[in-house]
Ligand binder design. Structure first.
Ligand SMILES: Nc1ncnc2c1ncn2[C@@H]1O[C@H](COP(=O)(O)OP(=O)(O)OP(=O)(O)O)[C@@H](O)[C@H]1O
Ligand SMILES: [Mg+2]
Length: 362
């Protein structure tokens, strides 16, 4: 096939793939017996069953078609995984063909951003659009809370350092570093204060200090709400509260202090959107011991790096079956989902940026 296939050629190609591979899933029916057809649209394709059919049109069928088509279209298109069958009504009065299953796609595959000089890159990109991949950016005006999950050594702190570098020109930062590690080094280099544990203090003492800082941020939110009450269009500067290894805060901490931490962070997640107060959370996992469920529900950029399977995605993507999503091979790869009103509902394969700093890789 040629580089530029016509709409008709892609439809034919998809039909052939589905005819051959759907086989027993749809009781041996095919497009030759007129039981279904395929129509390509600008932003995806439609599977059009002809009813009544000998097969059931359900989530199983939808996911099976996803598997077949996503592999068949790789790397020209990336199908955007849906949690359940995506029905669309069709513009016809014939009841036999009045519905379709829609499979939205994105042209091409995810492409890693390679940054030869991070300092220069940041200098030239001082906008609230944060580039994540060659073909993906997030608008910091539109998102409030970001979470990065991944097993130990998967590259979370490395990705976090990239975010810190991009955020520094556009946001005030409060950095909490329970492991007194990469974020602390970045902060020292950039002259930003860090809350980190101290050898002569207890764990609970450390979390209490964090609570004190979160409580100040919450007061700022209240103050800003008061300003918004009088002037709904007031523009605030961004403030981002960054916590590496959130999991480390709740383990072995005095129950009362942990509860205050949960309560503060939940209120910030809930109220921060209108007042430009953001959370950037990093943890090996985000179960209910790590952050309150209400915080998880407020997250609008979800990043999972490292191993991707049912187990690892269960906290950030509870409704997602990752089967069939092509995860790129290599360091620092995984999944990203952006929930805002600009991007369609989508979970995309992710390749985190690779960057070099003037002193080499951090
Ligand atoms: N995209 C990348 N390119 C080059 N090196 C990377 C990349 N991602 C991570 N690394 C390197 O891999 C190592 C582990 O990464 P990192 O410390 O970020 O992992 P982590 O998920 O934070 O681990 P931990 O759970 O131990 O904190 C580091 O030495 C980091 O420099
Ligand atoms: Mg780390």
């Amino acid at each position: 096939m040629t580089e530029n296939m016509t709409k008709k050629e892609i439809e034919m190609y998809l039909l052939q793939n589905l005819n051959m591979a759907l086989g027993n899933q749809i009781q041996g029916e095919t497009s030759y017996t007129n039981s279904f057809s395929v129509v390509v649209q600008g932003d995806g394709f439609l599977f059009l069953p002809r009813l009544p059919s000998g097969y059931v049109i359900d989530n199983d069928l939808y996911q099976k078609i996803f598997l077949i088509a996503n592999a068949a279209l790789y790397p020209r298109y990336t199908l955007l995984k849906q949690n359940s069958a995506y029905f669309v009504p069709l513009d016809t009065t014939d009841i036999h063909t009045q519905r379709g299953l829609f499979f939205p796609w994105q042209v091409g595959i995810s492409k890693r951003l390679i940054i030869p000089n991070l300092e220069a890159f940041v200098k030239n990109n001082q906008s609230t659009d944060i580039k994540i991949m060659e073909n993906l950016a997030i608008n910091y005006e539109k998102v409030t809370s970001i979470a990065i999950a991944g097993n130990s050594g998967s590259g979370k702190s490395y990705a976090l350092t990239y975010f810190l570098s991009c955020l520094k020109p556009i946001s005030d930062l409060i950095i909490i570093d329970p492991k007194f590690d990469t974020p602390s080094r970045w902060a020292r280099k950039n002259g930003i204060a860090v809350i980190h544990p101290n050898s002569n203090r207890s764990k609970s003492d450390f979390v209490a200090e964090i609570n004190e800082s979160l409580s100040q941020s919450l007061n700022l939110i209240y103050k800003r709400q008061g300003i918004l009450y009088d002037n709904p269009h007031h523009q605030f500067s961004h403030l981002t509260i960054v916590i590496d290894e959130v999991l480390a805060l709740s383990e072995g901490t005095n129950q009362a202090i942990k509860e205050s931490f949960f309560s503060l962070i939940a209120q910030i997640a809930l109220l921060g959107r209108a007042t430009k107060v953001h959370l950037l959370l990093v943890s090996q996992r985000f179960d209910h011991q790590t952050i309150p469920i209400s915080v998880r529900e407020q997250l609008n950029v979800l990043i999972q790096i490292g191993n991707i399977n049912h187990k690892t995605v269960q906290f950030l993507f509870p409704d997602l079956n990752p089967e069939g999503i092509v995860i790129p091979i290599g360091q620092d790869t995984g999944l990203i989902q952006i929930i805002d009103n600009e991007h369609p509902y989508q979970v995309l394969p992710l390749l985190c940026p690779t960057y070099y700093t003037q002193r080499g890789i951090l």
